[in-house]
Design a protein around this ligand. Structure first.
Ligand SMILES: CC(=O)SCCNC(=O)CCNC(=O)[C@H](O)C(C)(C)COP(=O)(O)OP(=O)(O)OC[C@H]1O[C@@H](n2cnc3c(N)ncnc32)[C@H](O)[C@@H]1OP(=O)(O)O
Ligand SMILES: CC(C)C(=O)C(=O)O
Ligand SMILES: [Mg+2]
Length: 513
């Protein structure tokens, strides 16, 4: 029979420990609502003794969340437990999570105690907390570096004292999957009363093995996993819950387990956490990274178009994303080009694939990524025998001073004709001067919708990357420019978008957009 794996989310407690600043109460509440919608079983919302702000957040969330157990952390100190209970007691269901180090290094050099004192503190704290609730979780901090004998001893004593969940944290991310699985197996084989508690694991990612260790623990019988959305957390982070949850779903055959999670909420939850915590998601991050479901090489794109299962072990729809993404890049083949043309309504007979593919490759080499509007235009450019890039920058001279005057002087080729134009602004800055100059030359009725400048470090050079979105007749065009000079990067980005508009303009006219 399949076993349920209980999902314990600690984004708001351990996850928050990784932030430069703490989250505001309303921000924590938004994340808690997203987690409730996702269907996690337990939300650890904070460490109430740590500050009045944390106490307030825990209390507010305890009051608002109805469908999850709300949990607060406490040391083995009576006052910590009293304050945690005070913050949590308003909740429909709450859990007090008590922790105490069990490894020799932590016991001796951090707490300055011996193992017998640890046993006494454990028993006292669990019994003390039981006056508030029966739902007590006890964590053996740094279990990953605790001897098996000591770990078994303390776990048995904690169960006898009344802890209903025993958590085995790999606090410093020291364990490896096989060995961590063996720790869980040892608990099950050596402790006679182990079935009276739920065994949980809480893995950190210092060696990049937090998810692997959690999965090994589930295979060894752990019934609860702790982690955070997007894997945020102290140092290198905690186990990423979305990865564990999807591994349980996709490898059901192997793990024989299930969760109560609504998988289609994964993507939204991940975005909410990333935005509110101001931690971007790396593009190659499993499950939720922007590349996780995008395919950019010809052989993969061809395989995906023939059967998605060739290169997808799960669908983007299963985590709440709309569709697969086949990016048109210099590595794309004819199958992907045909797919994009078909998506835009063109049949094979409407264009010459060999010619289109040739000029597509030329543009893809220059631009990196080709958008649908570029491709559509290329199919016609070939017919009109036009150059791929109509606008080419010859030179620019930009002047700006502390009185707010900015002036741009630009030499631009439009086809074979050279134009020289300048524009001055007061108070609007050099990018505005450049933009107005380019409008004066090209006479295109465009509207700059978005301008972003990011810095990229490349050896010792700081490169500026500018991205622009320019609207032209109800369509939006993207341009990107990269240079160690952000002015040059801005000009390149605008010119790239203008060239896309130029290529597409006949189609827009014909389609009456
Ligand atoms: C592995 C984890 O993630 S544990 C959770 C980590 N989270 C946090 O630390 C939350 C933010 N922390 C705080 O706000 C503060 O550290 C507080 C309020 C918890 C404590 O502040 P202070 O009382 O000033 O203590 P401080 O942080 O300097 O030192 C921690 C003390 O707790 C003791 N302690 C640590 N863990 C435990 C424990 N599980 N049970 C009992 N005592 C403990 C330490 O030995 C130390 O005591 P000492 O000063 O007598 O040596
Ligand atoms: C408090 C405990 C569970 C913890 O976060 C850890 O040991 O990493
Ligand atoms: Mg932790």
């Amino acid at each position: 029979m399949k076993q349920q794996v209980i999902i314990f989310d600690t984004t708001l407690r351990d996850g928050e420990q990784s932030l430069q600043t703490s989250l505001q109460v309303n921000e924590k509440l938004q994340i808690a609502f997203a987690l409730e919608k996702l269907g996690v079983d337990i939300i650890e919302v904070g460490f109430p003794i740590s500050s009045p702000g944390d106490f307030k957040s825990v209390r507010t969330i305890a009051q608002q969340i109805k469908n999850c157990i709300v949990c607060g952390l406490a040391r083995c100190i009576d006052k910590d437990i009293d304050i945690a209970a005070e913050a949590l007691k308003i909740a429909q269901n709450f859990r007090i999570h008590i922790f105490l180090p069990t490894s020799n290094i932590h016991i001796r050099s951090k707490l300055k105690k011996n193992f017998n004192q640890i046993i006494e503190m454990t028993v006292h704290a669990i019994q003390y907390a039981r006056k508030y609730t029966d739902d007590i979780e006890f964590s053996c901090e740094d279990a990953g570096r605790t001897s098996i004998d000591n770990l078994c001893r303390i776990v048995e004593i904690a169960i006898q004292a009344g802890a209903k969940t025993i958590n085995i944290p790999d606090t410093v991310g020291y364990s490896t999957p096989y060995q961590f699985g063996e720790i869980i197996t040892a608990l099950y084989t050596k402790i006679p009363i182990i079935d009276k508690a739920i065994i949980s694991v809480h893995c950190h990612n210092d060696l990049g093995m937090a998810v692997g260790n959690s999965i090994a623990a589930i295979q060894a019988g752990a019934r609860q996993v702790e982690g955070t959305i997007n894997g945020i957390g102290e140092r290198a982070g905690n186990a990423a819950l979305e990865e564990i949850i999807m591994a349980i779903k996709i490898r059901e055959d192997l793990l024989n387990s299930y969760t109560n999670i609504h998988h289609k909420e994964i993507y939204n939850t991940s975005k909410t956490v990333s935005q509110l915590c101001n931690i971007p998601i790396p593009s190659n991050k499993a499950i939720v990274g922007s590349n996780a479901f995008s395919h950019s090489s010809g052989i993969h794109q061809d395989g995906i178009l023939k059967n998605r299962k060739n290169y997808e072990i799960m669908t983007p729809e299963s985590i709440g994303l709309k569709k697969i993404q086949l990016n048109l890049t210099p590595r794309s083949g004819r199958a992907a080009v045909k797919y994009h043309m078909k998506k835009m309504g063109y049949q094979d007979k409407d264009y010459n694939m060999d010619k289109l593919y040739n000029i597509f490759l030329q543009l893809a080499d220059k631009k990196g990524r080709v958008f649908d509007y570029d491709l559509e235009a290329l199919a016609f450019i070939d017919n009109f025998n036009e150059p791929i890039d109509y606008f080419k920058i010859q030179s620019f001279n930009i002047y700006t001073n502390s009185s707010g005057i900015s002036k741009a002087l630009i030499e631009l080729y439009c086809g074979k004709q050279k134009h020289i134009c300048s524009h001055s602004t007061v108070g609007n800055g050099p990018i505005n001067a450049i933009y107005e100059t380019l409008i004066n030359i090209t006479k295109l009725p465009i509207n700059l919708k978005k301008y972003t400048l990011n810095s990229k470090e490349c050896d010792h050079n700081i490169l500026g990357q500018v991205n622009v979105i320019i609207a032209y007749k109800n369509r939006q065009f993207h341009g990107a420019g990269l240079s160690s000079d952000f002015i040059e990067a801005s000009i390149k980005a605008i010119i790239q978008a203008l060239n896309s508009i130029w290529r597409t303009r006949k189609i827009i006219k014909n389609k009456k957009c």
